[in-house]
Design a protein around this ligand. Structure first.
Ligand SMILES: Nc1nc2c(c(=O)[nH]1)N[C@@H](CN(C=O)c1ccc(C(=O)N[C@@H](CCC(=O)O)C(=O)O)cc1)CN2
Length: 287
């Protein structure tokens, strides 16, 4: 293996430590304890694990845990009622609707009930617009985590050729926009892209967020390129990503592992967004 490993666990731990100090300082200066309302509908096992981790990490950072759990058969109206209540509650700094929600619910319209200043997932139309216009706002957590990893390992973004594989609203589109806002030259590849391996071989940075286990193999990668794997696949042999780690690590300059790469950054950036949301609401209240 020639590639250096990007240690997401270590970067996330550093971010979380810094936030703990910032939260304490904000609390002491304003009397406001940032509060995170995670909303889980149903009992999807992976979602339960992620939400438990978000709650534990928020408390460790000095925030209030304002978790809400609704049954699997909660109606659209019940979830709407809950979200409207949280939107109006001044003790709630950030609201997060854990995805996916059960199939009978319309996730997109539920997300729109979150006011932009509490949208710690950065998924509302308002937050997406602010990102597109490169205006201050709350950015989606996994994409911000990708940028934080690149910055932590001093990977140049400005002027870099980046291929993002995947165009989801949660990861592909926002990460591409964040990279464009940092003056990268970005190609968004997807299931209809022709000659994907050839397109990827032109990249200084590859962000794989396509949801196909092991799709990115060594022949997709220019020697020395940075490879960021956002995929998570559970199999009998444990977790793996969209990247064939062993093969690609022979060619890449830097690579994220799965687990221990991008995943831990998602929760660290959520905490950063929750503090930022509390600060934003404090500033808006003073106007
Ligand atoms: N409302 C949201 N829903 C979902 C999001 C999101 O950002 N907002 N992202 C994913 C799931 N997710 C957080 O919710 C998440 C995924 C992975 C990890 C993580 O730490 N992964 C670890 C492995 C953990 C494990 O053993 O499973 C790693 O990669 O090292 C954290 C959060 C979908 N839903």
């Amino acid at each position: 293996m020639t590639a250096g490993i990007i240690d997401g666990k270590a970067v996330a731990a550093r971010v979380r430590e810094g936030l703990k100090t910032e939260v304490a300082a904000f609390h002491a200066a304003t009397g406001i304890q940032p509060g995170l309302a995670t909303v889980l509908v149903g009992g999807d096992p992976a979602s339960e694990v992620y939400v438990a981790s978000k709650r534990k990490s928020s408390v460790a950072a000095g925030m209030a845990d304002l978790h809400q759990h609704l049954a699997d058969d909660a109606s659209q109206a019940e979830v709407e009622e809950l979200l409207k209540g949280l939107a109006a509650d001044s003790s709630v700094s950030g609201i997060l609707l854990q995805l996916p929600v059960p199939k009978h619910l319309d996730a997109a319209s539920l997300v729109e009930l979150i006011p932009f200043e509490k949208d710690v997932d950065g998924l509302t139309t308002m937050s997406v617009g602010l990102l597109a216009q490169n205006k201050p706002g709350l950015r989606p957590c996994t994409p911000s985590g990708v940028i934080e990893l690149l910055d932590s390992y001093e990977v140049p973004i400005e002027g870099a050729n980046v291929v993002v594989i995947g165009r989801s609203e949660l990861v592909g589109r926002p990460v591409a926009q964040l990279l464009v806002n940092r003056n990268a030259t970005v190609t968004i590849a997807h299931s209809r892209t022709k000659n994907l391996a050839e397109v990827c071989r032109g990249a200084d940075i590859i962000v794989a967020a396509v949801g196909v286990k092991g799709l990115i193999t060594a022949e997709f990668v220019k020697p020395g390129a940075t490879v960021i794997d956002v995929g998570i696949h559970r199999g009998p042999e444990g977790l793996s990503g969209d990247v064939d780690f062993a093969g690609v690590a022979e060619v890449a300059g830097l690579i994220t592992p799965v687990p221990g790469g991008v995943g831990p950054m998602t929760i660290a950036m959520l905490l950063a967004n929750t503090l930022r949301a509390a600060q934003l609401q404090h500033e808006l209240a003073a106007v």
